[in-house]
Design a protein around this ligand. Structure first.
Ligand code: UD1
Length: 415
């Protein structure tokens, strides 16, 4: 049964909200815990369905993985090289478990991963990097077997493009490989720095994360650690866009505004008031909004692709034109159909969403078709008149533990 959410629009948001830990950091950290000889405790992890799927993978390969209050504790070496098909297929981040299992067991049996339908999402760069590090790969249909009976070895790798996941795969593979791995063309997302910091806390030797050249000195083994993952900059972006759509005045705490600077800059240019401290941003919208002209997404520190549908939802309320091009994924704007059902003037042309904003929106029955697009429908619904019924909210649960509760806490009416 799909989950639904009903949003009563037209209520302004007020108050302070704390940003939870980042899904895109927690998932690689859970994969990394497979490399550790001792227990790993990740603090204050949000209960996302993607996190539950990662715990399912860890248990299936023989690790202990359990909630202790808000923390997740992972312990015990993996003993089984077969990844569970259901969890692996549901989530693209399942590919991150391949390198650590290969490093620990010399073999991994897995499948091509699934994930949100936002465009083709191949894993060829992950596989090519592992091959360069000594893995042998056989593929039959969507099944993959990777072997490295003599272990992985460090080498020099050049990524064809700045992939977040492939960069993380190389970090995970390189940490306990023989010798040094040098990665050129690495992605520079903050979640990669978080992973590197965790690996170093566990005894790894990773240098240069956050730049496009990363050096990883292989070490014999990693030990366990207690670690608090970084805050979720996309969740923070969602809240900022929510108040821009709904009106009001909110403080988004526990997340440095520099992590989602481009989103705050766009909202400010569109007419929101934004004030920043080291660890929080206060975003207000009292009057009207303007369209933002032409915007493009890109790798960090550019406007994040994951934030594009959310920014679009806010700018539906901006008078004038916004043209938003996603340069990372080709089908980012599946939410446009829902926007149109609410009365927005939007058009998708290839990777670009064109918005003629400023028309009042009205509640409608809409369907989430991916994680961020689903959250974008919630943002749009907050600013629309009347009730919006959003089906397909299981997509939203992949990345937001309590979006409804967070917004309700700020005064929204959501069931
Ligand atoms: C991660 C994030 C996701 C975000 C994306 C881009 C996680 C769990 N997910 O996804 O939320 O939207 O970064 O910031 O962290 N590519 C290939 N071959 C590969 C790998 C990537 O062609 O082997 C291409 C992809 O199709 C895409 C681009 O590279 O066009 C970037 O993808 P990538 O950075 O790898 O995204 P993910 O790591 O899957």
């Amino acid at each position: 049964m799909g989950r639904t959410m009903t949003v009563q629009g037209g209520r302004s948001l007020y108050g302070t909200v704390e940003v939870p830990a980042a899904k895109n950091s927690v998932l690689p950290l859970l994969a990394a815990s497979l490399l550790c000889g001792g227990p790993v405790r990740l603090e204050q992890v949000p209960r996302l369905s993607d996190v539950e799927d990662c715990l399912g993978i860890l248990r299936a390969v023989g690790c202990g993985a359990a909630w202790e209050g808000e923390d997740v504790v992972v312990g015990g070496p993996p003993s089984c090289c077969r990844m569970p098909l259901a969890e692996t297929a549901r989530m693209r981040a399942s590919v991150l478990f391949a390198a650590p299992l290969l490093a620990r067991l010399g073999r991994v049996e897995t499948a091509l991963p699934g994930g949100c339908r936002i465009g083709a999402r191949p894993v060829d760069w992950h596989l090519a990097a592992l091959e360069q590090m000594g893995a042998q790969i056989t593929q039959a249909g969507d099944r993959l077997v990777l072997t490295a009976p003599w272990g992985l070895r460090g080498t020099e790798i050049c990524l064809p493009g700045p992939s977040v996941g492939a960069t993380e795969t190389v970090l995970l593979a390189g940490c306990t490989a023989r010798g040094e791995t040098i990665l050129h063309g690495a992605a520079r997302e903050p979640e990669i720095c978080d992973l590197a910091q965790f690996l170093n806390r566990c005894g790894g030797k990773v240098q240069g994360a956050g730049t496009d050249e990363i050096h990883i000195q292989g070490v014999g083994a990693l030990h366990g650690a207690t670690y608090r993952p970084m805050p979720d900059r996309i969740c923070a972006s969602t809240l900022a866009c929510a108040v821009a759509a709904a009106r009001g005045w909110i403080t988004i705490a526990g997340c440095s505004p520099s992590l989602y600077g481009p989103v705050l800059d766009v909202l400010e240019q569109a007419g929101c008031t934004v004030s920043r401290t080291a660890g929080s941003a206060t975003v207000g919208r009292m009057g009207s909004l303007q369209g933002a002209g032409r915007l493009v997404t890109g790798g960090y520190p550019a406007l994040a692709t994951d934030a594009a549908p959310l920014v679009a939802a806010a700018l539906l309320f901006g008078e004038g034109t916004t043209v938003l091009e996603d340069r990372v994924f080709e089908a980012r704007f599946g939410c446009a159909e829902g926007f149109a059902a609410m009365g927005a003037q939007v058009k998708v042309e290839g990777r670009t969403l064109r918005i003629r904003g400023g028309r009042p929106l009205r509640g409608a029955a809409v369907t989430a078709c991916d994680l961020r697009g689903g959250a974008a429908l919630v943002v749009a619904a907050l600013g629309a008149q009347g009730k919006t019924r959003i089906a397909g909210c299981e997509y939203i649960a992949r990345g937001y533990a309590s979006l409804g509760e967070m917004l309700t806490g700020l005064g929204a009416r959501i069931e």
